[in-house]
Design a protein around this ligand. Structure first.
Ligand SMILES: NC(=O)c1ccc[n+]([C@@H]2O[C@H](COP(=O)([O-])OP(=O)(O)OC[C@H]3O[C@@H](n4cnc5c(N)ncnc54)[C@H](O)[C@@H]3O)[C@@H](O)[C@H]2O)c1
Length: 267
């Protein structure tokens, strides 16, 4: 690896599994000291241990990102060991059956589902930025995980999609507020990434539908997301801020009406 993060301190939320675990591992592999933060202590510990197993420096942080006090303490714990934060990847989101799985049509929606989604996905990102910006003395890079669900509508997951859309606006506000201090803020918006959580959340028919929507034959992997997050977090993207970059293998680039029509006309 090129060591693009040699000597830098990175904090990744939702690092206990899936995309966050892969991004934490990538930043560590390229030289960063990584705080792997997750609500699930076992997940945070596993990611930090894996980083150390590969010769990197990883610290597990257990924290609910929707709780301001816990976020403050987690950031302080990281800073007590490493002095500051250079990279924040705010990636934690509610993606379980109890909340995301019940985020369905609005007329019967349990408003607790809406509230918890906003608390974790949106308030959590705000709290992470609020408590991390003051410990970025030399500027820094913030990457938020949004989703293609922010960019189009669907018949389910209004809370999730709305929270992810708000993160795109929040990205621009953070970029605007702190640009003069050398702090950049960008978002990544993946389409389906086949993490264990995504596999649990979607039926085989939904997975097949998503495959049919892609222009490219391959779906995004956690490594693809880590590639983009690492690019946005490192100096190679020093002039990129306030942007949302989509990784979707071409899902949103087209409106395949002719293809749909042709497939209907086929015998
Ligand atoms: N997998 C996909 O298809 C996909 C597509 C687009 C966007 N995303 C986004 O990517 C991110 C990661 O998704 P994933 O597939 O890796 O899911 P995941 O469930 O594996 O990862 C989310 C992590 O966040 C943690 N978390 C949940 N609530 C938390 C809280 N309150 N405080 C701290 N940590 C908390 C979970 O414990 C989990 O480890 C999420 O923001 C998700 O919305 C995923």
């Amino acid at each position: 690896m090129s060591g693009r993060f040699d000597g830098r301190v990175a904090l990744v939320t939702g690092a206990g599994s899936g995309i966050g675990a892969a991004c934490a591992a990538r930043l560590a592999a390229e030289g960063a000291f990584v705080g792997a933060l997750d609500l699930r202590a076992a997940g945070a510990r596993a990611t930090a241990a894996a980083i150390r197993g590969h010769g990197g420096t990883g610290m597990a942080l257990t924290c609910d990102v929707s709780d301001g006090k816990q976020v403050e303490e987690a950031v302080a714990t990281l800073v007590a060991s490493f002095g500051r934060v250079d990279v924040l990847h705010s990636n934690a989101a509610v993606f379980d059956q109890d909340v995301y799985g019940r985020d369905r049509e609005l007329e019967t929606l349990d408003t607790a589902v809406w509230d918890r989604t906003m608390e974790v996905n949106l308030r959590g990102a705000m709290l992470m930025v609020k408590h991390t910006v003051p410990v970025m003395p030399d500027g820094g890079a913030i990457v938020l995980t949004s989703s293609v669900s922010a960019l189009v509508g669907d018949t389910v997951h209004a809370a999730y999609g709305t929270s992810k859309a708000a993160l795109i606006g929040f990205t621009r506000y953070v970029a605007t507020m702190y640009g003069s201090r050398g702090i950049r803020c960008n978002a990544v918006a993946p389409a389906l990434v086949l993490t264990a959580a995504a596999r649990r959340a979607l039926t085989p028919a939904q997975l097949a539908d998503k495959a049919a929507e892609r222009l490219l034959p391959w779906p995004c992997t956690v490594e693809d997301v880590a590639n983009l997050v690492a690019f946005l977090a490192c100096d190679e993207s020093r002039c990129v801020t306030g942007q949302t970059l989509v990784l979707d293998s071409g899902t949103l680039a087209h409106r395949p009406q002719h293809a749909v029509q042709q497939s209907r006309d086929l015998p």
